[in-house]
Design a protein. Structure first.
Length: 154
């Protein structure tokens, strides 16, 4: 076998395993009743209710990256976001799971809300590295940055 093609073959063989692992993580998260209830509250626009639920969940299980991610999201989307707490919980989600694509996207959006475009671009670069074939989180953050920059030019 040509040495030049070996890394490509290894990557192609590893891809189904990585995809299966990601799908397993998604299914585990979807079976968590706290996350189900929080997502339902968020979809209704009940950011305060979701934040309260997730605040309690973070207190009970502080090592759950998705609890921190959604808690920060609920805080950020609420009527009077405490951005220090928002950033703290997104960073904690990423400390717990550095590959958490949703936390990278949402942290980038939070940076945009705070007017920190360069930091948002850094999260986009992280997503570019994580999303080998592209992903929704990368596309969404890229669009958000473009919209933010277009708005600033007006």
């Amino acid at each position: 076998m040509n040495v030049m093609f070996r890394p490509l073959i290894i990557a192609l063989l590893a891809f189904p395993v990585a995809l299966q692992a990601a799908e397993g993580a998604d299914s585990a998260a979807s079976s968590d009743p706290v996350l189900q209830q929080a997502r339902t509250a968020l979809s209704r626009g009940d950011f305060a209710g979701a934040a309260a639920m997730l605040r309690d969940a973070v207190a009970r299980v502080p090592a759950n990256a998705e609890y921190h991610n959604l808690y920060a999201y609920a805080l950020r989307k609420g009527p009077h976001p405490d951005m220090d707490r928002v950033f703290k919980h997104y960073r904690e989600a990423l400390r717990l799971d550095p590959r958490h694509r949703g936390a990278h996207e949402y942290l980038g959006e939070a940076y945009l809300a705070a007017g920190k475009v360069q930091e948002a671009r850094e999260q986009l670069a992280q997503l570019d590295r994580l999303c080998f074939f592209g992903c929704e989180e990368y596309s969404d953050l890229k669009k958000a940055i473009a919209a933010y920059e277009a708005k600033q030019k007006r």
